[in-house]
Design a protein around this ligand. Structure first.
Ligand code: B12
Ligand code: SF4
Length: 506
C-alpha cells in the first residue's frame, strides 16, 4: 500500500514531522486477510519518494492512493513496479482516480472510485476470495509513520458542499462509523497517548452522535487510555458553547477548522456558509478561553480577490493577537470536478499548459485579477511570510499573554508549532525548501517539473510515457482532449454564490 506524494514546496525527502499524515495505506491494508497475505505499507509523505527497486519488485499487488495532484506520482510507481515485475497487479484509488476514472482506467489494472472496502472485492477478484479480509479493520501496526499520534477516522466525507472541495465533487454522503468501531480503533493504536481525528468534519450533522463520541472519549480519557485528542471540525461546532465544554471534559487539546477567510462575502462565494454563521474572532477567543487550542487555515483566491485585498486580510490576521497565526495560507486549487473547477473552466480561467501536478497550493493555475508576475512574486514570498515575518514574535508574545492561563504547556507548544512551520517551512523536513524554490516560477505554464519525473532507475520503454505530466489544458488553454470524457461537466455547476444557494441535497 503506497501513499504517493508530491511535496507542495517541491522538497524531495522525508517529512516525518508533517501533521497530519495520510492514513489511507493503513485503512487499505485492512482489506487483506491477515493470515493469508503479507502486506507492507509505505507513506511517501512521511518517508520520501519510494525508489527502492527491491521493495518495488516485491509485491504481487501494488495498491496506490494519494491526493488529487499525486496522480502522476502513482504513474511513476506503476512504471517502476511493472518494469521490475511485469505480473504485478496495480490497483489505484482516492481523489485523483475519482476525478479521472476513465483516464485512470488506461493505466491501472483496477481504477477504484469507491471507498476502501472496494479493495476487498479487488483482492478477492485478483488473488482469490480467501485473500480478502472478512471485515476491514485498519492496520495501525503497519503505519510506523504515526509517531506518537493515533490518526483515526470516526466518520467519512462531509455534510457540507463547499464549491472548492473535492468531497463536493465526489458526492458521497456523510457517514459515521459506529461507536464500537471507534472504540476498537482507539484501543488498537498501541501505546500512543494522543488521538488525532482526521475526519473531514468531526462535528458532523448528528448532535447525538457527537455527544456519544464525547462520552466515549471522556471515558477513555478518565481511564487513562489516552492523554488527549484533537480533531478537524467545521465552524458550526462553535455555535453552541456546550460543545466546547463537552470536548474539554473529554480531553480535547486542539481543534482545527478551515476558516478559509475572515470575510463573509468570500465564504459565501465558496458556498461555505457554515463558516459565516459565527463571528470568527469571538469564536476563536471562546475556544481558547475554554482551554482548547484553535488552529486553522486560510485560502487565497486570486480569481476573485486582488492582491491588495488579500494582503489587507493577512495584515488583519497578523495584526490581531486575539487570534493565532494560521497553520497555512494557501492559494485555492481548482481541484478537478469541483464546482470551482468547472466555473474556472467555463470562464476560461485555467492557464495554458496547466499540469495536474501543479494543483498544489503554491503554483498559480488560474488567471488572477492582478498581473501574473505580481501574483507569482507574492506566491514566492508566501512560504516564509516575508512581508509579515518581523511582526510575528511580538504578536505571538501578546497572543500568549492573553491565553497562557487557559492552556497547558503542551497546548502552548501546539499553538506555536503551526505558526513556526508557517514561517520556517524547513522545520517540517530536513530538506531546505529554499534550494527547491530557486528553480521555481510558481506559474504552472512555465513551472519546471520535479526531479521525480526523471526515472530513478531504468524503466521499460513502454512506461516512459508514465513520466510525462498529466496536462489539464493544452498550450492554448483548452481542456486536454484526453481528459475531456472525464472532465466535461455532467452537472450544470452554477457560479460561486449561486451554487451556495442551491445545495444538491446529497
Ligand atoms: C492527511 C491529510 C493530508 C496530508 C497528506 C495527504 C496525502 N494523502 O498525502 C497533508 C498534510 C500533506 C495534506 C495536505 C493537503 N491537503 Co489534505 N488531508 C489529509 C486528511 C486529513 C486525511 C487523509 C486520510 O488519510 N484519510 C483517511 C483515508 C482512509 O481516507 P481518504 O484518503 O480520504 O480515502 C478515501 C477515498 O478516497 C478512498 N480511497 C483512497 N485511496 C484509495 C485507494 C483504493 C485502492 C480504494 C479502493 C479506495 C481509496 O477510500 C477512502 C474512504 O474509505 C484529509 C481529510 C480526510 N479525512 O480524508 C485531507 C484532504 C485529503 N486534504 C485536502 C486538501 C485540500 C489538502 C491541501 C490542499 C490543504 C492546503 N490548503 O494546503 C494540502 C495539499 C498539499 C499538496 N501536497 O498538494 C482535501 C482534498 C485534497 C485533494 N483532493 O487533493 C481533504 C479531503 C480535506 C478536505 N476535506 O478538504 N493533507
Ligand atoms: S466543510 Fe470542509 S470538508 Fe466539508 S465540504 Fe467544506 S471544505 Fe469540504
Amino acid at each position: 500500500m503506497v501513499n504517493a506524494y508530491f511535496d507542495h514546496l517541491r522538497r524531495v525527502g522525508p517529512r516525518p514531522r508533517s501533521i497530519p499524515q495520510s492514513m489511507a495505506p493503513a485503512y487499505l491494508a485492512g482489506a487483506f486477510a491477515p493470515g493469508r497475505c503479507e502486506v507492507r505499507a509505505y507513506n511517501e509523505q512521511h518517508s520520501g519518494p519510494l525508489a527502492d527497486p527491491a521493495l518495488l519488485a516485491w509485491p504481487d499487488m501494488l495498491v496506490l492512493t494519494g491526493l488529487t495532484n499525486a496522480f502522476d506520482r502513482m504513474l511513476h510507481l506503476t512504471a517502476y513496479a511493472r518494469s521490475l515485475n511485469p505480473r504485478v497487479v496495480v490497483v489505484a484509488g482516492g481523489p485523483a482516480v475519482r476525478a479521472l476514472p476513465r483516464h485512470a482506467g488506461r493505466f491501472f489494472d483496477y481504477a477504484c472510485t469507491g471507498d476502501v472496502e472496494e479493495l476487498t472485492g479487488v483482492a478477492a477478484d485478483a488473488l482469490g476470495p480467501s485473500y480478502a479480509a472478512e471485515e476491514l479493520f485498519p492496520r495501525f501496526d503497519l503505519a510506523e509513520w504515526m509517531g506518537p499520534y493515533g490518526y483515526i477516522e470516526s466518520s467519512r466525507n462531509c455534510n457540507f458542499h463547499c464549491s472548492f472541495c473535492s468531497l463536493t465533487a465526489d458526492g458521497y454522503g456523510y457517514k459515521a462509523y459506529s461507536l464500537e468501531f471507534i472504540r476498537r480503533q482507539i484501543l488498537s493504536i498501541g501505546r500512543r497517548r494522543f488521538v488525532i481525528f482526521i475526519d473531514n468534519n468531526f462535528y458532523g450533522n448528528d448532535r447525538d452522535f457527537f455527544r456519544a463520541r464525547m462520552a466515549l472519549l471522556r471515558e477513555l480519557h478518565d481511564d487513562g487510555r489516552i492523554d488527549g485528542w484533537g480533531a478537524l471540525v467545521t465552524n458550526d461546532l462553535f455555535g453552541d458553547d456546550e460543545n466546547l465544554a463537552l470536548a474539554k471534559e473529554a480531553g480535547c487539546l486542539a481543534l482545527f477548522s478551515g476558516i478559509e477567510s475572515f470575510d463573509a462575502a468570500v465564504l459565501r462565494g465558496f458556498g461555505k456558509l457554515q463558516n459565516a454563521a459565527v463571528p470568527h474572532v469571538e469564536m476563536i477567543r471562546r475556544c481558547f478561553e475554554a482551554g482548547i487550542v484553535f488552529a486553522y487555515g486560510v485560502i487565497l483566491d486570486f480569481t476573485t480577490r486582488t492582491l491588495a485585498e488579500l494582503r489587507s486580510e493577512m495584515d488583519f490576521i497578523v495584526g490581531n493577537p486575539e487570534i493565532p497565526l494560521p497553520n497555512y495560507f494557501s492559494s485555492v486549487i481548482p481541484l478537478l470536478q469541483t464546482p470551482y473547477f468547472h466555473q474556472c473552466l467555463r470562464r476560461g480561467l485555467l492557464l495554458p499548459s496547466t499540469k495536474l501536478r501543479d494543483m498544489d497550493t503554491t503554483t498559480l493555475a488560474v488567471r488572477p485579477l492582478d498581473p501574473v508576475g505580481e501574483v507569482t512574486a507574492f506566491l514566492r514570498d508566501l512560504p516564509a511570510l516575508r512581508r509579515w515575518r518581523r511582526r510575528v514574535p511580538g504578536r505571538t508574545l501578546a497572543f500568549l499573554r492573553r491565553y497562557k492561563r487557559h492552556l497547558s504547556w503542551l497546548q502552548v507548544g501546539i499553538s506555536l508549532s503551526g505558526p513556526a512551520m508557517l514561517c520556517t517551512p524547513s522545520l517540517s523536513s530536513g530538506v531546505p525548501w529554499r534550494r527547491a524554490a530557486r528553480r521555481r516560477t510558481h506559474l504552472t505554464t512555465t513551472e519546471p517539473l520535479d526531479s521525480l519525473y526523471t526515472p530513478a532507475f531504468r524503466v521499460d520503454g513502454r512506461y516512459e510515457p508514465y513520466f510525462r505530466p498529466t496536462m489539464i489544458t493544452d498550450a492554448s488553454g483548452a481542456l486536454n482532449e484526453a481528459l475531456a470524457e472525464d472532465l466535461v461537466a455532467t452537472e450544470p455547476w452554477p457560479d460561486h454564490g449561486v451554487w451556495a444557494a442551491t445545495p444538491k441535497g446529497w
